[in-house]
Design a protein around this ligand. Structure first.
Ligand SMILES: Cc1ncc(COP(=O)(O)O)c(C=O)c1O
Length: 382
């Protein structure tokens, strides 16, 4: 006999990445859908991993993460963001940024608490909030500019607001928050019992001489904030699922209470290898240039297609507007481009709670130039 299950996630939604991956595989199309590089991480890093794996660094790590790695990370962010993060008390290594986000939401969101998210939003936020009985309050970013009007944003805040999640550079829209945005946010939350979670997994993928406005740059705001990062994005290794959070000690204490019971500690030999490899900042400081060249290469190659690129300030995602081409909704359009033109992308509407549209599709340019050329050639036939 099957039990009657009261699902904690009753919306039986299959992730749009799984949906598009299947359509892509069935059509033997080029996959510019899900965000992952089609090239490997650096040989130097792989050598370090092998070294520590063979040296027997294969047992449980310290609960908050290997101290040597946390030390390297504190030095890295303090140099980049002029902060004074303490590695012992403020950094926690997690199983990807996704687990850090889940830890944070679990630690702070109680039933009926409200969480404001900027939509379109990375798709793990909403289910994580709902699993805790929290209520998602979306602030809608509208194409093509996707700007935050902070006066309008203020109207989303209530006495039930517990958490605000921002994401810069932003997936899927490829835009960044500017210094004035962070200052406006700082002013809005000051004196209120609200935590800000700043998802900064694309911190190094930022273009055209912009400066990444990490929450760590704003000491007053950081007093009530958490930054989240991912090694997967920085070292072309999304499959490792290794990330970390940085928060003041009294907030980190609560995050670790959750972390120790849902995972305790994460992969040890990767942490040893990264602590060693990251003593040289060159590999990650060059990332902005590396991906900006890919963005420019792809957009140049796409010039002959009738898809119109929107501004991409960061991340490895380029949005294209297809409104002049078709009235189809974005899932239909993405499906048709995959089947008829052989290139898979991701429709943006599933990143909105109400599936609202824009006629825009997201293409991932973390690919070799050869693959980007082939994709652009196929799309130029539209
Ligand atoms: C905005 C954003 N946050 C978090 C993550 C998750 O990172 P990780 O793979 O380290 O869990 C992603 C991955 O795509 C992302 O785009």
């Amino acid at each position: 006999m099957k039990l009657s299950i009261q699902s904690k996630l009753p919306d039986d939604v299959t992730s749009i990445f799984a949906v598009m991956a299947k359509i892509c595989n069935d059509a033997h199309a080029i996959n510019l859908g899900q965000g992952f590089p089609n090239f490997d991480c650096a040989d130097g890093l792989k050598d370090k991993i092998e070294e520590y794996l063979r040296a027997g660094k294969n047992q449980y790590c310290a609960m908050p993460g290997l101290f040597a790695l946390r030390e390297v990370l504190a030095n890295k962010v303090n140099a980049a963001y002029d902060s004074s993060v303490n590695p012992e008390a403020e950094i926690t290594i997690s199983a990807g940024a996704t687990q850090a986000i889940s830890n944070i939401i679990t630690a702070f969101v109680k039933p009926k608490d409200e969480v404001i998210i900027l939509e379109p939003a990375y798709d793990s936020y909403k289910p994580s909030i709902e699993l805790c009985g929290g209520v998602v309050v979306p602030y809608i970013l509208k194409a093509p500019e996707f700007l935050v009007d902070w006066d309008a944003f203020e109207e989303c805040i209530s006495d039930k607001t517990r958490l605000i999640i921002i994401n810069t550079p932003h997936n899927p829209i490829g835009k960044t928050l500017k210094q004035h945005d962070m200052e406006a946010l700082q002013e809005l939350v000051q004196g209120k019992n609200i935590i800000v979670l700043s998802d900064e997994v694309y911190e190094h993928l930022i273009y055209d001489k912009q400066v990444h406005q990490s929450i760590l740059r704003f000491p007053k705001l950081y007093e009530q904030a958490i930054a989240v990062y991912s090694f997967g994005k920085t070292f072309h290794s999304t499959g490792w699922k290794l990330g970390y959070s940085i928060a003041p000690d009294y907030i980190t204490k609560e995050i670790r209470k959750v972390h120790q019971w849902n995972v305790f500690s994460v992969n040890s030999f990767l942490q040893y290898a990264l602590a060693d490899y990251m003593s040289d900042p060159e590999p990650y400081l060059g990332l902005g240039k590396f991906y900006q060249e890919k963005r420019d290469f792809f957009n140049e190659a796409m010039k002959d297609s009738k898809l119109r690129p929107l501004a991409c300030e960061g991340t490895y995602f380029q949005l294209f507007d297809y409104s002049e081409l078709s009235d189809e909704d974005d899932l239909e359009m993405a499906t048709r481009l995959t089947r008829e033109y052989g290139v898979a992308s991701i429709p943006v509407s599933p990143f909105y709670s109400d599936r609202s549209q824009g006629k825009v599709l997201r293409f991932c340019f973390a690919k070799t130039e050869d693959l980007l050329s082939q994709a652009a050639e196929k799309l130029s036939g539209i």
